[in-house]
Design a protein around this ligand. Structure first.
Ligand code: BDP
Length: 704
């Protein structure tokens, strides 16, 4: 199996998992004759799924008078009144009632009906045939994914080949993979996708490309996935030939209004825009001394008559800050830029906030911005593509990390204020809000570049639908759907996946110091030295005596003061800051003793060894599944896990060596620097290799 169907493989269910007298309905009735309707799609999906899982071909009807026997009925609540939902259905919600010989799936919207059909199929595929009577409502209306695809077909931070949306600066004719992607997304409740990179190309808005976008929308519409696009703020000048891109200039306003109308003529159900402005060197409203709200509202007005929304990114920061300034702190920028604008955004603007104040690190506190703009709609931005988390060459199941953020209580006004309640709009009574996940699938048949990484996409969609769910339970659903229900398979995939984030945190950067990757571009291998002394502000502030960023109000950058009082107070003091965020908030000596009783430096050494040791167990555990998984996927995963086991040692040794060199404090157990099992390249006969200098030296053979 090459992974192309992801978790929607519909593998034949083994006989011992089928109830002996399973009574399936005699037909499927999907109440729509319109081939672009998700209700129609639901019928097709049910028919194909049941055929594949149970080897039974049920006839499929789209008109009510065609069949009067027992059915799987799929419709919207507006179409069928025979079963009354026991509770109110929210937008996109569904009712699923399963009885022997009779199944009713009712969506509040057409795509809600499709979600219900996928839920039913997922149960069958996992061998769950019991009666059901449930109402499922999404927690938040915005459940989007973002693709960082460039028009030349490359993907920023994509690790699975070229773009399925763009090729040679245009939209390809064959959009089959786009439809298949929409199918996967719909099955986990995703209702929107921004198809191009946040670092957007203005040429996306030429007439030919608008038509291409229309074809993408056509390919996704049967699955209820609406498309949106990222905009380049400078477009009126670069593409439109205007002299300005000032958001308050009348010619600029007209230009955007015209473009927007043009887009909606071709894509009447376009979801809206995503905007990255005044970030990482890009221009934006601040270029003209206008506010970020002026910039966001410009687009909001343009899409408003069409029912569209504007996702405006809060990732606004200065990447030329002075590392010599001990009060400077990139983590503070988002709140500094946005707090004063609360209440100024139009109501179809949603501020899209990365989960932590820096950038998708292995551990960050929740962004304080979630608590600082109560009158503004917000969405949380998560990253499925593993930019800082091993780039799909390392297994890292990320849902537990997301959960720590979603469940974090910001205590705004001393009241419970979980991040997930803020983004659902509940906490501050906002109308819109939700989730944006950066996915970056590519043409590789595994979608993300690694079979196991797909658990992250699956869990993302399920959490965006219902953030109360347990990451391990989601993982187990995914595993059963992807590899079958063999208890041994389930056990191994669960064990290694659940151990993966803690292990990765241990061997890359623990105690809240961040991921310690090369920071200047690749964001991949170990390079702790690259973090400091540059304008990007992902600093560790490590010197000979100590490490960590003092972000307290009393002696540091003041970042901790951006949280509501109770949380601010907790992070202000070393005693009440949890060890896993210690170095995020405080600068301490290497000899500082943690709550565990260990010194910081000894914890570093031990954790790096422990993390790498855990990674060594992954390929061994996976090997025990030989013959239980098809060879193609088995070998592919094994190859990656072996690589990870090796690379975790490279990580361990480079980081330990680096901090040993810097601090001069030896490892209490004597391991650091003593590489007894290592074979240095210099001692080998290197055929077709030549020796070359490596930076940072800690990753090099013989440290040279
Ligand atoms: C950083 C990525 C960069 C993105 C940027 C963003 O390294 O490629 O363009 O975030 O989110 O994480 O805008």
């Amino acid at each position: 199996e090459n992974g192309i169907n992801g978790w929607l493989r519909y593998a034949p269910l083994p006989n011992d998992q089928r109830p002996p007298n399973l009574l399936l309905p005699g037909a499927i009735m999907a109440l729509s004759t319109n081939k672009t309707s998700p209700v129609y799609t639901a019928g097709q999906e049910l028919q194909a799924g049941i055929k594949s899982i149970l080897n039974q071909t049920l006839p499929l009807y789209h008109e009510p008078d065609k069949w009067l026997g027992s059915t799987i009925l799929v419709a919207t609540t507006g179409q069928f009144h025979g079963v009354k939902p026991a509770a109110t259905l929210a937008d996109d919600g569904y009712l699923l009632r399963v009885r022997p010989g009779n199944v009713v799936i009712l969506g509040q919207t057409e795509r809600g009906a499709l979600y219900g059909a996928f839920d039913y199929l997922s149960r069958i595929a996992q061998g769950r045939f019991s009666d059901a009577d449930l109402i499922a409502n999404p927690d938040a209306p915005i459940r989007w994914v973002n693709q960082w695809d460039n028009m030349d077909g490359s993907i920023e931070r994509g690790y699975a080949g070229a773009s399925i949306f763009f090729r040679n600066n245009t939209i390809p004719k064959d959009l089959n993979r786009v439809s298949q992607y929409a199918r996967l997304l719909a099955s986990i409740g995703i209702n929107g996708i921004v198809v191009n990179n946040v670092n957007a190309n203005a040429n996306l808005l030429t007439d030919a490309n608008i038509d291409g976008l229309g074809r993408i929308a056509d390919a996704m519409r049967p699955y209820g996935v609406q498309i949106g696009i990222s905009l380049n703020f400078v477009s009126p000048q670069t593409l439109g030939g205007l002299l300005t891109f000032d958001p308050l200039d009348q010619s600029v306003i007209s230009w955007w209004t015209d473009k927007t109308n043009c887009l909606y003529r071709r894509i009447p159900d376009m979801a809206g825009y995503l905007v990255k402005a005044n970030s990482e060197g890009q221009a934006g409203p601040l270029t003209y001394n206008r506010t970020l709200a002026d910039g966001a509202n410009l687009f909001a007005k343009a899409v408003q008559p069409h029912g569209g929304i504007v996702m405006f990114r809060a990732f606004v920061y200065d990447n030329h800050i002075n590392p010599a300034d001990l009060k400077a702190d990139r983590a503070k920028h988002a709140v500094e830029f946005f707090k004063g604008l609360d209440g100024q955004f139009l109501d179809n603007v949603v501020v899209q906030i990365k989960y932590g104040p820096i950038d998708f690190q292995v551990r960050e506190p929740a962004s304080p911005l979630f608590a600082n703009i109560p009158q503004t709609n917000t969405a949380i931005e998560l990253q499925i593509t593993q930019e800082y988390l091993g780039q799909q060459s390392h297994l890292v199941y990320i849902a537990p990390l997301w959960k720590t953020i979603l469940d974090f209580d910001l205590r705004a006004d001393d009241q419970p204020s979980l991040v997930r309640d803020v983004v659902a709009g509940r906490r501050f009574s906002n109308k819109r809000g939700g989730y944006a996940g950066v996915v970056n699938v590519g043409t590789n048949t595994t979608w993300l570049g690694s079979h196991l990484a797909m658990s992250n996409l699956y869990a993302y969609g399920r959490l965006a639908w219902d953030p109360n769910q347990d990451p391990q339970a989601l993982l187990e659903d995914w595993t059963r759907l992807t590899f079958g229900s063999d208890p041994l398979v389930l056990g191994v995939v669960t064990e290694i996946s659940m151990a993966s984030w803690p292990a990765y945190e241990n061997y890359t950067g623990n105690l809240g110091i961040q991921t310690l990757t090369d920071i200047l571009y690749t964001h991949y291998g170990p390079n702790p030295a690259s973090q400091d002394n540059n304008g990007w502000g992902q600093w560790t502030r490590a010197d000979h005596d100590g490490i960590g960023m003092d972000r307290t109000v009393s002696t540091g950058t003041g970042f901790s003061g951006q949280y509501p009082a109770e949380v601010a107070e907790k992070f202000e003091s070393i005693e009440t800051t949890p060890d896993d965020l210690l170095l995020w908030f405080h600068h301490v000596n290497y000899t500082h003793v943690l709550k565990s009783g260990k010194s910081v430096i000894q914890h570093f050494y031990d954790a790096h060894y422990a993390g790498a040791e855990t990674a060594q167990t992954f390929p061994i555990a996976w090997e025990s599944l030989r013959n239980k998984i098809d060879t193609e996927r088995f070998n592919d995963v094994l190859f990656r896990l072996r690589y990870q086991a090796g690379h975790s040692i490279v990580w361990r040794d480079s980081i330990c060596q680096f901090y040993y060199n810097l601090s001069g404090i030896p490892d209490g157990t004597g391991r650091v620097g003593r590489h007894e099992y290592r074979i240095e390249a210099e001692t080998m006969a290197l055929k077709n290799y030549k020796l070359t200098g490596v930076n940072p030296v800690e990753t090099a053979s013989n440290l040279t």
